[in-house]
Write a protein that binds this ligand. Structure first.
Ligand code: HEC
Length: 313
């Protein structure tokens, strides 16, 4: 039993932000408004981006904190998580790196994994129409990203990077990389294997993700539902069904008392659960949420317990 409680405690306490310290982080997670195969990459210098692993396409960047993982810990299936900043879309075409024809989306992109070495930018690998490609992306200046592709083998076919989504002025080709005649894409001469391009994002507006409104029900789902039911079922703790206004038998310092459940009592239960212990539940202590929930969040929970007659909408 205590194992379960510890696990629940760890879960409640980790419902927070994921930060990057001195090495880049790669995190595969369901993110709001992002294709399901997004991979988030965070750098120590507060630069972050998301890559669509299905097509090896960088999707958006943001600066600041990395991820908020509350969504992953909420409910059973896990809700999408959010990024901690305003996202700036790259608006590149799907699979901007192309072989043989700049205007044709590759038929087959197989993501084969990624490599990480110390503080270096993580390298993502894929096979695009049969060609081995390694890609990394980083930022050296504000509003600027550099994408580099390494091509494993020599090839006869031309290789192209479609710059759709960017004006010509916003694109700086790397060494040896040249424009096609119609300026629609960059290309790399046969014999060269490293393809680098720097994209300028100045002037693009960052979009905040729609923030999920915090409600008492959400907080209940996240922090309390593991131990308290709404339908009368006894779990690790007593059910919240019919709790408000009920006369409760509790132990205060080992002494039996009776009290009426009100806002003060619920608040005390959340902040200082050992103060009064519900009769019959003395064996398993409830964890304190003093350091986890804000005063407003406690109020939302009190209102949720008060209005809830045990039925979930
Ligand atoms: C790890 C399990 C656990 C979690 C998580 C938990 N509780 Fe409890 N809770 C208990 C136990 C056990 C008791 C009974 C012992 C006691 O009163 O301390 C209890 C008692 C209570 C009581 C008194 C109930 C009564 O019948 O008088 C309230 C109110 C309460 N919890 C609210 C909450 C709220 C709100 C949350 C979420 C923020 C929460 N609890 C999360 C285990 C838990």
């Amino acid at each position: 039993m205590s194992g379960i409680v510890l696990l629940l405690l760890a879960q409640a306490a980790s419902a927070v932000d994921l930060n990057v310290d001195d090495r880049p982080l790669v995190y595969r997670v369901a993110l709001q408004e992002t294709p399901s195969r997004g991979i988030a990459v965070g750098y120590p210098n507060q630069f972050n981006y998301v890559l669509d692993s299905v097509s090896l396409t960088p999707l958006y960047i943001w600066t600041g904190g990395f991820l908020n993982l509350d969504g992953e810990l909420k409910g059973r299936g896990g809700n999408p998580c959010s990024i901690r900043g305003a996202r700036i879309e790259l608006n590149l075409l799907r699979s901007p790196l192309r072989f043989g024809d700049a205007s044709r989306e590759p038929e087959d992109t197989v993501f084969t994994g990624y490599r990480r070495k110390g503080r270096e930018a993580p390298v993502f690998q894929a096979e695009i129409d049969g060609h081995q490609v390694a890609m990394r992306l980083w930022s050296e200046a504000k509003n600027q990203v550099t994408i580099e592709y390494e091509l494993a083998e020599d090839r006869k076919k031309g290789v192209y990077f479609s710059t759709a989504g960017f004006t010509k002025e916003a694109v700086t080709p790397g060494e040896g990389v040249t424009w096609l005649a119609d300026d629609s894409a960059l290309t790399l001469p046969v014999g060269k294997r490293s393809f680098r391009v720097t994209l300028d994002l100045t002037g693009r507006k960052g979009l905040m993700m729609k923030k999920q409104k915090i409600t008492g029900e959400l907080l209940y789902m996240q922090y309390c539902s593991a131990c308290h039911s709404l339908n009368g079922l006894k779990m690790i703790g007593p059910s919240f069904k019919g709790l408000w206004g009920k006369t409760e038998k509790v132990l205060v310092k080992g002494q039996s008392h009776e009290l009426v459940v009100d806002a003060e009592y619920i608040k005390r239960s959340v902040i200082d659960p050992q103060h009064d212990i519900v009769a019959g539940y003395a064996l398993v202590p409830m964890p304190s949420f003093k350091a986890i929930l804000s005063a407003e969040e406690v109020e939302l929970l009190i209102a949720f317990i008060k209005q809830g007659k045990g039925q979930k909408k």
